[in-house]
Unconditional design. Structure first.
Lengths: 410, 259
């Protein structure tokens, strides 16, 4: 299996430091040696490659930006390059790493108590424990604030009721970071596997992210110790803070998928002979597709690097991340569709990585803030006007106000 | 237990080699360099020894500035120190390189010296054994398994149809064969730690050597040529299998001289 040569049209590599490039090369080698040879089978069989977790942990990929607990303390650009290479392998694999690092270790590290950090961070970093993040619900995706999972205090315990949906790693997780409302305020809780009243079920019949576990979580009078509350969490901005971490990684990861499909299509076009003995790469319409792809990938790289540098300076805003996630996933999906087209019938076969990336990216376009929601975030940033809720009629507005008042009175 | 691992930096094994303008060397433009794959087994073994018994693993490389990259990668995998002897290794023959490495080794405390069994690309398998001779050390080559005890090393090596077990006193030279271990990936923590290590850089003059000690000592490369282009295959009509088989055997015997 030849190793991946990288995609660098405009000396983007000169924007990276020597150690950032070394991090990328290490993960690139790992993906070439360990993931590419097994991923189509894993995708076909709908199996997450659990055997890779210890290797990924040993390399230090989980919680790589954390300095404490003997962790690498990488900058955000190096972290982004890790995500890029992992997703060049498979979006599901990158999702696993994103969730473990950005959605489980990050909130425990940032919003957790010292006891929670000391207990969980080393175990999650070592891959001994796997985490998942429960925010989305069957009826609440883009509007998590409407969630119907509730927590009530009962003596020294918390009791959770509700359900979460589309949770990456859900059924294989040892700990779930679960967001639930208490007195109308969203708070984060740690729920361990096998806690009575907590159960999970696989989402069946997925055509996307097949090499990744996606589950529903159910809480039925699920009683957890009082100290399992993430003490710092106190409102919707806390889960959204986690999402910013993960979305940042996705903006990089999508480029990896785009690079994979671009490189596959470019190589294929140069060797596929049609009409008079010429490779299809000599056709203007094929070149047009390749030119579009490499242009968009290069623009996406610049966006990602600038986000990373700003993040390291503490200047990256959520609406910047929205642009990166929205744009880079969108162009990656379009690259995959174009690449599929260039490969013709071969494009739908899992002999090539294209159809897998294409189907994966349909999920990536939707999760962690849909394409449209990110456009609304950008829209709000440039106009100052939030446009998430469609305008209400005066009658609806009166009724909603009355309902809120009644609920408040209860 | 202190080990020194001698690292050769070689073109990536997937490089499409082009011959340089002088017809004696490869064209380095656009070539990606890697640590010679057999050296990775050598390095891994030294790191495992360090993890078991403590001590230092020093990586040692001779060549131009780009060799520092190979040394950094080795530090990222777990070496603790690095020494770079700066110089144009391109015109040095195996003995010249061995003299440089032996001189450098005299300045680094060690119990074992590791090499890959050969440098991929030139494939002479000479430098390790020559260094052993220059230093008066015992050598065990093409090693697939090894153990250490106080003052000695026991190593298994592949020989035709059998396995040979050799015991030697330390210091000794070991050259590593594929299968000795499974080299690890660099860890991210290792990469960050490698940044902080200062590579001890010296010239061959610092080691008391002159260019004339190193360049074209015994062997001079006269010319370098790419293998001939593959010509198209030959098709034999398979209509009559018996006749076709006969023709294949005749062809292999008489024309291709493969039988």
């Amino acid at each position: 299996m030849p190793s991946f040569p990288g995609v660098d049209y405009m000396d983007i590599d000169s924007l990276f430091s020597e150690d950032e490039l070394m991090v990328r090369q290490t993960v690139r080698d790992f993906v070439d040696d360990e993931i590419i040879p097994i991923i189509e089978e894993a995708n076909r069989e709908e199996k997450f490659p659990m055997h890779l977790i210890p290797k990924i942990a040993e390399m230090g990929l989980f919680g790589a930006t954390i300095k404490e607990y003997d962790l690498p303390g990488l900058n955000n650009v190096a972290y982004g390059l890790i995500m890029q290479e992992l997703e060049r392998g498979d979006s599901g694999l990158r999702s696993f790493a994103s969730v473990q690092s950005g959605l489980v270790m990050y909130p425990i590290y940032t919003y957790g108590s010292k006891e929670q950090r000391d207990y969980w961070i080393p175990k999650l970093a070592a891959g001994e424990k796997i985490g998942c993040f429960g925010l989305t619900e069957p009826d609440f995706g883009s509007n998590p604030g409407g969630m119907r999972t509730y927590a009530r205090k009962d003596g020294d315990s918390w009791v959770l009721n509700g359900a979460k949906a589309w949770i990456t790693n859900g059924s294989i997780a040892d700990v779930a970071v679960v967001w639930a409302k208490h007195d109308g305020v969203i708070r984060g809780f740690l729920v361990e596997k096998d806690t009575p009243g907590f159960s999970t079920a696989y989402h069946m019949g997925k055509f996307s992210l097949r090499a990744s576990v996606t589950s529903q979580l159910f809480f039925e009078d699920c009683r957890i110790p009082g100290e399992n509350l993430l003490p710092e969490t106190n409102g919707i901005k806390y889960p959204l803070g986690c999402l910013s971490q993960a979305r940042y990684g996705i903006a990089w990861g999508a480029l990896g998928a785009a690079m994979s499909v671009y490189e596959t299509a470019r190589t294929y076009a140069k060797s596929r002979i049609q009409f008079g003995g010429q490779p299809i790469a000599s056709h203007q319409l094929v070149q047009n597709k390749l030119a579009w792809m490499i242009t968009e990938i290069t623009k996406g790289q610049l966006l990602a690097v600038q986000m990373g540098r700003l993040k390291d300076q503490g200047k990256l805003k959520p609406h910047h991340i929205s642009m990166g996630k929205m744009n880079n996933v969108n162009i990656a999906l379009e690259c995959a569709r174009s690449a599929r087209d260039i490969l013709g019938a071969n494009g739908i076969s899992d002999e090539y990585p294209i159809i897998r990336h294409m189907l994966n990216l349909e999920s990536v376009k939707t999760y962690e803030g849909t394409h449209d929601i990110h456009n609304l975030i950008i829209g709000e940033a440039v106009t100052g006007i939030p446009a998430y809720n469609p305008p209400m009629s005066a009658k609806d507005e009166r009724e909603a106000t009355a309902r809120r008042e009644m609920e408040a009175a209860k | 237990m202190n080990s020194v691992v001698c690292i050769a930096q070689v073109p990536d094994t997937e490089t499409r080699i082009k011959i340089g303008g002088d017809g004696r060397r490869i064209d380095e433009a656009g070539v990606k360099y890697i640590v010679s794959p057999y050296d990775e087994y050598a390095l891994e073994e030294a790191i495992r020894l360090k993890e078991k018994e403590g001590g230092d693993v020093t990586v040692l490389g001779f060549g131009p500035d780009r060799v520092q990259q190979a040394l950094r990668e080795s530090l990222a995998r777990g070496a603790t120190k690095a020494v770079h002897v700066k110089g144009e290794s391109g015109d040095a023959d195996s003995l010249g390189i061995a003299k440089v490495l032996a001189a450098a080794l005299r300045t680094i405390p060690h119990d074992l010296v590791f090499f890959g069994k050969q440098g991929v690309g030139t494939d002479n398998s000479l430098v390790g054994p020559m260094v052993a001779e220059l230093l008066g050390y015992p050598q065990i080559n093409v090693v697939t398994h090894m153990e250490t005890a106080a003052g000695k090393v026991t190593a298994h090596r592949e020989i035709e149809g059998a396995e040979e077990v050799i015991e030697a006193t330390t210091p000794a030279v070991i050259t590593a064969q594929k299968g000795l271990n499974e080299p690890r990936y660099a860890s991210l923590k290792g990469i960050m730690a490698a940044k902080k290590v200062t590579i001890d850089t010296k010239s061959i003059a610092d080691l008391g050597l002159a260019d004339s000690d190193v360049v074209n000592q015994r062997v001079t490369v006269v010319s370098l040529e790419l293998p001939p282009e593959k010509s198209g295959g030959r098709k034999i009509d398979g209509g009559d299998p018996a006749a076709a088989a006969k023709e294949i055997v005749r062809y292999m015997k008489e024309e291709a001289k493969a039988l």
